[in-house]
Design a protein around this ligand. Structure first.
Ligand code: SAM
Length: 332
């Protein structure tokens, strides 16, 4: 029986689910969780693997094509490979990805691949140890680089690497990171700094715009826009004009918002659906699932929540207020 895909009230099809599996993180990125985690909620508030599997299967039956496991740091959740195995086995699942800081990847990459993970995205904000430490709060650049090599060795390719670019920290490294992408055949994603930091220190002046990033790379390595529909992708993508390996993606939610084509919703580790990174409200799928609701009732609930998806974010409006939960709690 074919089921109508999830669609919001603006006609956007929802195809992409991000599932945060933990609020915990072992890094202290200044733009995310500089002062550490808030006291953790009791374990019973968190979705179990069985619950995540159950709702993921329902989401896939409603047309979700891509699931990304994230956090917090997803590799801190015990035995995450078990969850990867369960989700990758869901009939109709096409694309299972995971975003990680790569600290544990040297030891875990093979098991994740064996469990059925399709793709991996690794966060890496600097190639200089001192800047890496300043941005992430931990002095472990070498391990992250090892993690990238491990991902390649086990075939978790193509590898995406995310760098949040913040003025005064790492904007002078943008072209060097593009060189790194060429050398290692990586899809390097440059992300604008968003107001999602728990320190509430975000300032517009610190945002290095997508345009600036494009120009800085283009001076050293001329870029050619990748042809074809961007669709609901967050990144505008470029290849190197000289045919070198690797790819550049620029994610500019602040200066070039792409809300009109957004196909994403998020599920937090404690089972709340967020229809936008900047949502002011959350919807407790956990409570619905635990109320012994039937499958049909859960589907009806999910559809009703998706209909409430915001038309756009309001970062650039005078009335903008930063959401209470940070990226690490929402699931980036
Ligand atoms: N711990 C994992 C990691 O480091 O990739 C997954 C979670 S992390 C919250 C996901 C992504 O969100 C990372 O690439 C991180 O750089 C990005 N992020 C966090 N806070 C951000 C902010 N204020 N602006 C832009 N990106 C942010």
């Amino acid at each position: 029986m074919s089921v109508a895909p999830l669609t919001d009230s603006y006609g956007r099809a929802i195809r992409d689910l991000r599932v945060s599996v933990t609020d915990r993180c072992n890094f202290r990125c200044f733009y995310c969780l500089p002062h550490g985690e808030p006291p953790s909620a009791p374990k019973e508030m968190m979705l179990s693997y069985e619950e995540i599997e159950y709702v993921s299967e329902i989401f896939v039956s409603l047309g979700i094509e891509k699931i990304r496991l994230t956090g917090g740091e997803p590799l801190l959740r015990r035995d995450i490979e078990t969850l990867v195995r369960k989700i990758s086995a869901i009939p109709g699942m096409h694309d299972l990805a995971l975003t990680t800081n790569a600290f544990s990847l040297p030891e875990r990459a093979q098991a994740l691949k064996d469990a059925g993970l399709d793709r991996i995205t690794i966060s890496l904000d600097s190639l200089k140890p001192e800047v890496f430490k300043k941005m992430t709060g931990v002095d472990v650049l070498d391990r992250v680089l090892e993690g990238i090599s491990a991902a390649r060795q086990v075939g978790l390719v193509p590898i995406k690497v995310n760098a949040v670019i913040v003025r005064g920290y790492n904007e002078t490294e943008v072209a060097d990171m593009a060189a790194f992408a060429r050398e290692h055949d990586i899809s390097m994603r440059f992300i604008e700094f968003m107001p999602l930091d728990s320190g509430h220190d975000w300032s517009r002046a610190d945002v290095v715009s997508g345009r600036e990033i494009r120009e800085m790379i283009g001076h050293r390595f001329p870029l050619v826009a990748t042809r074809g529909e961007r669709g609901s992708e967050t990144a505008t993508r470029y290849r190197f004009a000289d045919g070198a390996p690797g790819e550049i993606g620029i994610i500019a939610p602040v200066t070039e918002a792409f809300c009109g084509a957004c196909s994403r919703i998020r599920l937090t580790a404690d089972g709340q659906i967020r229809t936008c990174l900047f949502s002011k409200v959350e919807h407790s799928l956990r409570d619905v699932v635990r109320s012994n609701a039937s499958r049909a009732e859960i589907i009806e609930y999910i559809r009703s929540v998706v209909m409430k998806k915001e038309p756009r974010h309001y970062i650039n409006d005078a009335v903008f207020e930063q959401p209470a939960r940070t990226m690490s709690l929402i699931g980036g």
